[in-house]
Ligand binder design. Structure first.
Ligand code: B1M
Length: 367
């Protein structure tokens, strides 16, 4: 395989006590997702001694040590032992198992990053890691330039998103609101401009999940403050909308904006949250009897689930009970038509416009 320019990875998440020699001698190049003691019986020091001459190790931080169940002292002691065992850090990519924030404690992830920058050589040479706010596009996002001067009124909230400052951002958003800045402008030129940069950096492999989560947390805090301003004053009851992000997809910032705007114009909205199974959508359509079902997906791998939900509605005799609208970054008008949806909203404003039109046309039922 090596001759063919290929590398073999072995998924080693689990108990490897009886497999230590077999895996080392297997010809694999990388042992990935290593989850050591205290979650399993083999310590990381033992893994490193035994495997690193032949395998690149990937993993090493078991999820329990980044959770509150492990004390701060035990967390520090784990890191001390870990870095002592691997110095000088050859053939190692540090990875944290399974848990992500909010369960995993942010400050611990940051401390792991700091220690890697200080003590590790791989995968980024110590000190070479670039943080979001230092990246060129973060300093001058395209949307900000379009909005005016490079250092415009929204620069501070963009920086808050890049740095994941979910507390400070509230004060900065409040300052803008107090100055009479429109909530929609703060959203577009501050928050969405910043999260788009984060997304581009993520695609380019320059931003990683912990940073994106921090940015998303700051953005969510700010969006919550803007919600009452974005939503027009509640009018008459317009109809019922059931909303959810499809199975396998955890993105909810855009979906939450759609929900806010729908509520703002007077729709009764039931929000099923994220990663909603198609069976649940069917049950809720039967029980809640919405006029409109709104599906959100942000991943190309999960958008196909939208078509499956429509098929499931058909199979359960529910398709004619409501109109189905779809949205999310990878979704398009053509895709909506292809899967048999009744409409596509490119953004939250369009989603509201569409829901209003569909309800006015048919009060829920399609035929
Ligand atoms: Co993820 N993520 N993410 N992520 N993430 C994207 C979507 C991605 C484009 C980033 C990238 O690589 N450039 C990429 C998808 C690539 C693809 O499929 N082609 C991606 C990936 C790959 C992933 C993971 C697989 C990463 C990994 O683990 N390796 C992973 C998947 C987890 C999962 O879902 N199973 C993942 C995880 C995450 C976080 C958890 C870290 C976090 C989400 C936090 C949260 O939502 N609570 C996150 C984030 C924040 C993003 C980006 C950076 C921002 C998304 C966002 O909130 N945008 C995103 C990149 C990007 O979009 N630029 C990215 C702001 C929001 C206001 O816009 O959501 O588009 P949006 O919503 C808009 C419209 O789309 C529309 O209206 C909204 C308001 O205008 N809309 C609708 C949305 N739903 C609608 C429904 C409607 C109508 C309109 O009708 C019902």
């Amino acid at each position: 395989m090596q001759g063919a320019g290929k590398l073999l990875l072995c998924h080693t998440d689990g108990e490897n006590r009886g497999l230590m020699d077999l895996i080392r001698d297997s010809g694999m190049h990388v042992a990935e997702s290593i989850c050591p003691a205290p979650m399993t019986r083999v310590t990381f020091a033992e893994y490193y001694r035994h495997w690193s001459p032949r395998l690149t190790l990937y993993g090493g931080i078991p999820s329990t040590v980044v959770l509150a169940e492990t004390s701060e002292a035990d967390f520090e002691a784990y890191l001390d032992g870990f870095f002592r065992a691997v110095a000088p850090g050859n053939r190692l990519v540090v990875g944290v198992a399974d848990e992500v924030p909010p369960n995993a404690i942010f400050s611990r992830l940051q401390r792991i990053g700091e220690r890697i920058a200080r003590e590790g050589a791989l995968p980024l040479k110590a000190g070479a890691a670039r943080t979001l706010e230092t990246l060129p596009a973060a300093r001058a996002p395209a949307a900000a330039q379009a909005a005016g001067a490079a250092d415009d009124a929204f620069a501070q909230v963009r920086q808050d998103v890049f740095k994941g400052r979910h507390v400070d951002i509230r004060a900065h958003v409040q300052e803008l609101l107090d100055r009479g800045t429109r909530a929609a402008d703060i959203l577009e030129h501050g928050l969405i401009a910043a999260i788009s940069v984060v997304g581009n950096r993520m695609a380019a492999g320059e931003a990683f999940i912990p940073e994106v989560l921090l940015a998303a947390r700051a953005m969510t805090a700010a969006v919550k403050m803007l919600e009452p301003h974005l939503a027009a004053s509640g009018e008459q009851q317009r109809g019922k909308v059931l909303v959810g992000t499809v199975r396998g997809d955890m993105h909810d910032i855009g979906k939450n904006l759609v929900v806010t705007m729908l509520r703002g114009v007077g729709f009764e909205v039931r929000d099923l949250g994220v990663s909603v199974a198609r069976e649940r959508f069917c049950e809720e359509v039967a029980a809640f009897a919405p006029d409109v079902l709104g599906l959100s997906a942000l991943l190309t791998t999960t958008m196909v689930e939208m078509g499956e939900i429509i098929k499931a509605l058909e199979a359960n005799g529910l398709r004619d009970r409501c109109r189905v609208i779809v949205g999310g970054a990878p979704v398009s008008e053509q895709f909506a038509a292809k899967i048999g949806a009744d409409g596509y909203g490119a953004n939250a404003v369009e989603a509201v416009r569409l829901a209003k039109r569909l309800v006015a046309e048919g009060a829920g039922a399609r035929h």
